[in-house]
Ligand binder design. Structure first.
Ligand SMILES: *Cc1c(COP(=O)(O)O)cnc(C)c1O
Ligand SMILES: [Zn+2]
Length: 422
């Protein structure tokens, strides 16, 4: 079932096949009928260049919707008005530890409302779903997307179903259940969840944010890139490190940097984009390392970075192309390296990231050590989810609080103990 699209926004002109370039109407559709290529939102860039200026954007509310001319909806945003515009933190203490000059953390761990970058993609997907008259939304998720769909659907008054692999972290399951969504845990890996969702989407006509609404969903990721550039004073960072699951976020940050150049909001300076994966599920970084564009599926992901555990990444090929085109590359890291990186980030920047954040930092450390990322140029690391969602991963690696009696003597006795016990 497709609902005919309205056409109130001439800046967002149509959907277009990434393979053959055929044009499609702005409906709830995601694949080309001729070659099964993915459909992507297309814009009238010359008209956008005339419609926006830096000053106009800067005067708007501090949310991802300040870049609305470059987002695929018709009218006012209907869902997620407060999402985005998360902090970009200059991380000098961490820069010293890594031996680099200029380091920034884009902190989407504190995104509104559900504490991951998925709040961005869902704001766009559900705003478009409402415009299309869809009343039931759903997703296949590795955890964070389910949280974002559940929270945004609750606030928008939409019925929602979230389908997840049954072995997810407790906090991610709880953070979906609390919003009153229908949580369906599947006894299988993410790829099996996703396949089931495609069947359900075809049969029921629901809006699956990452299936039939994917062209809208994916565009939401661009706002992370737009914000980094604006927050750097309208400059593109020379190097950007991004965690990869399906590879969509990486391709869209690249699209964001390109678009800002195209519409004249930023100088088209050189930049490189790097992908980060966990070694226990690294189909994209493995392909890059083997110098091929053919992504070999991983049938049994095995890593604590469950949010990145997609064995058959839908945008893997396009992510590889984006990294190669910009002179970037990819790396992957072990679970031990993920845990060390989570602790390093927390202890030097005061940011508590989930396992995917550990993947970003651990891979950045490797890319810097190998010389792939030079030490004297600007580097942005994308932290995409909050640490309390994956407590299991690090609980055993932390000490315990010091327990004392409620009096000053006990406190002083504690201070006199050898330093490491405090
Ligand atoms: C989903 C997710 C990503 C990356 O997603 P893509 O499918 O590559 O767009 C990164 N970090 C976190 C925490 C996520 O939940
Ligand atoms: Zn096509």
């Amino acid at each position: 079932m497709t609902i005919p699209a309205m056409d109130n926004n001439p800046l967002f002109s149509h959907l277009q096949c990434r393979e053959c370039g055929r044009r499609y109407p702005k409906d709830a559709i995601h694949v080309c009928e001729f070659d099964f290529g993915p459909l992507e939102a297309a814009y009238d860039y010359p008209a956008i260049a005339k419609a926006v200026t830096r000053a106009k954007i800067e005067a708007r509310p501090r949310s991802m919707w300040r870049y609305r001319e470059l987002l695929p909806i018709e009218g006012e945003p209907l869902v997620g008005k407060h999402t985005g515009f998360t902090p970009l933190v200059r991380a000098n203490r961490l820069a010293d530890r890594l031996g680099v000059k200029e380091l920034y953390i884009k902190n989407d761990a504190v995104n509104f409302p559900s504490l991951s970058f998925k709040d961005r993609v869902v704001s766009v997907a559900l705003s478009r779903a409402k415009e299309l008259g869809i009343d039931t939304v759903a997703c296949a998720s590795t955890g964070n997307l389910a949280n974002a769909v559940a929270a945004h659907a609750a606030s928008a008054g939409l019925r929602s179903f979230v389908l997840i692999p049954a072995d997810l972290e407790q906090s991610k399951i709880l953070n979906s259940l609390v919003y009153g969504t229908n949580v369906i845990a599947i006894d299988g890996a993410y790829d099996q969840v996703n396949r089931l969702c495609s069947e359900v989407a075809g049969k029921y006509g629901w809006g699956f944010v990452n299936v039939n609404l994917r062209p809208y969903y994916a565009e939401g990721s661009k706002t992370l890139g737009f914000e980094i550039v604006e927050q750097l004073g309208w400059k593109i960072p020379r190097h950007t490190v991004i965690p990869m699951a399906s590879g969509s976020l990486l391709t869209k940050v690249n699209k964001a940097y390109e678009e800002l150049g195209k519409v004249g909001l930023v100088a088209e300076t050189p930049y490189s984009i790097y992908g980060a994966q966990a070694s226990g599920c690294s189909p994209i970084s493995t392909a890059i390392k083997n110098n091929t564009e053919t992504v070999r599926p991983v049938s049994k992901p095995q890593t604590i970075a469950k949010s990145l555990s997609i064995g058959t990444p839908a945008d893997g090929y396009y992510a590889i192309r984006a990294m190669k085109k910009t002179g970037g590359t990819a790396d992957d890291c072990t679970d031990e390296e993920i845990i060390s990186a989570i602790l390093l980030l927390a202890e030097t920047v005061g940011i508590f990231a989930e396992t995917a954040g550990g993947v970003t930092l651990a891979c950045a450390q490797k890319l810097i050590a190998s010389g792939a990322i030079p030490r004297d140029e600007s580097i942005a690391l994308c932290i995409t989810g909050y640490g309390l969602k994956t407590q299991e991963a690090i609980a055993e690696h932390l000490g315990n609080p010091s327990v004392i009696k409620p009096n000053l003597r006990a406190f002083e006795a504690l201070l006199e103990q050898p330093v490491q016990s405090i």
